[in-house]
Design a protein around this ligand. Structure first.
Ligand code: AMP
Length: 401
């Protein structure tokens, strides 16, 4: 069944409850007015087309909702959506009223007033029933509106009240926003019949976190390039020395399991490394694949960068998740930026998912050279792994009450 998008909805005179991912990074400190400041507004900016479309289509009221951070079911002003409300008001040029909580009586009063047009519910995660997918909480949210819109792809892997349970109340009245629909259609291209050669680059910290993704990708890709701390358990499993590099026994066992499979041949590992005595030390390059016992690997080496780059440039489809080293430190960022640069030059269909790879792309100003940059790190990985997401399934088929 195809996903219904907001273009298929009739919003005229309707109240619309719209779930977004406004989980933006904020400064730790407050400004002169006592508020925290948004440091990257991308997630709100990407929500604007759907909000504008719903308003322009004649909706009577739009009730926006989202989570922000991890307030763990308690009201905590540090995680207030107040900075988001202010940003939205400026971006839309309209009044945006922030409620005190998502479910207090004032919300009903507010929605009863004829002039309120845009209401932003305060952080959904101030209520533990959001993450517990509480039925009463979902019913209360649903009572505010005639139509439900989900544009929070970044939260679609969560079985929460506002992304999952709520669909019980909107049979045939639930629609995907523009961003949600685009994420699904672009990432689906990797799982359908991607143009070959299809290559993936997987980096980051732990094999166990991404084991399912690697196993799933091994079925459909022609090659997987491994980088970051992910590489050391694989190298150790193959009998190389990894020195003091991050390398847990559990991850080595998982790596062995992957390499023992026939498809394990698709795994390509670094042939040299940038190493140091500790995280803050000065970098040096190894002569080969082994790492001395007093050294730790912190980035892929120059020969690896060249090999990965050369092969990636022959790909027709590329998926990238996870940095090649401790890219937050300039001394160990070259591997990650080489991958970003390579993808930007490639003529392949390129998809990048995952917070760190996306921020590396942004830092290098190359995002617009990538076919699709996913806003949902966890959601994009889970979608590739399982071919579905709770929030997507519920939007398409509803959920049993
Ligand atoms: P992930 O969330 O799994 O994508 O992991 C991202 C984190 O892995 C980043 O914070 C990197 O600094 C870290 N990382 C990448 N390479 C290494 C490495 N060689 N040693 C330790 N940490 C690393």
């Amino acid at each position: 069944m195809a996903l219904k998008t907001i273009e298929q909805a009739d919003f005229k005179d309707k109240r619309v409850l719209a779930r977004f991912d406004f989980n933006v990074p904020l400064t730790k400190e407050t400004d002169d007015s006592g508020a925290r400041v948004i440091t990257d507004s991308t997630r709100i900016d990407l929500a604007l087309p759907s909000i504008k479309y719903i308003l322009e289509s004649g909706a009577r009221k739009i009730i926006l909702c989202s989570h922000l951070g991890r307030p763990k079911g308690k009201i905590n002003k540090k995680f207030s959506l107040e900075p988001v409300a202010r940003y939205l008001a400026v971006a839309l040029g309209m009044e945006v009223i922030l409620t005190e909580t998502a479910i207090d009586d004032n919300v009903d009063t507010l929605l009863g007033l004829p002039d309120t047009k845009i209401v932003l519910l305060e952080n959904l995660r101030f209520h533990e029933d959001e993450e517990k997918n509480g039925a009463d909480f979902a019913a209360k949210l649903a009572s505010y509106a005639d139509i439900y819109v989900n544009d929070a792809f970044g939260a679609a892997h969560r079985k929460h009240a506002s992304t999952y349970g709520i669909n019980t109340h909107f049979k045939n009245k639930a629609y995907a926003g523009f961003l949600f629909a685009k994420e699904v259609s672009e990432i689906s291209k990797l799982m359908g019949r991607p143009e070959k050669p299809f290559m993936a680059i997987i980096g980051g910290a732990k094999v166990s976190d991404k084991i399912k993704t690697i196993e799933k990708l091994m079925v459909c890709v022609d090659k997987i390039f491994i980088g970051g701390a992910m590489a050391y358990p694989f190298l150790k499993a193959k009998g190389f020395e990894v020195g003091k590099s991050l390398c847990g026994d559990e991850d080595v066992a998982l790596a062995k399991r992957i390499l023992s499979q026939d498809k394990g041949k698709k795994i390509t590992l670094p042939v040299d490394h940038i190493v140091s005595t500790d995280f803050e030390g000065d970098p040096s390059t190894t002569a080969g694949t082994d790492i001395d016992e007093n050294m730790m690997g912190l980035d892929i080496g120059p020969a690896t960068m060249n090999q990965y780059r050369e092969q990636l440039l022959t790909a027709k489809t590329i998926f990238w998740n996870g940095p090649m080293g401790i890219f937050e430190n300039e001394k160990y960022a070259k591997g990650t930026f080489t991958i970003a640069q390579t993808l930007s030059e490639s003529t392949a269909f390129t998809v990048v998912g995952g917070g760190d790879s996306v921020s590396a792309l942004k830092k290098s100003g190359l995002s617009d050279k990538i076919s699709h940059v996913s806003t949902g790190g966890g959601a994009s990985l889970e979608y590739i792994e399982s071919g579905d997401l709770p929030g997507l399934f519920a939007l398409k088929f509803g959920v049993k009450s």
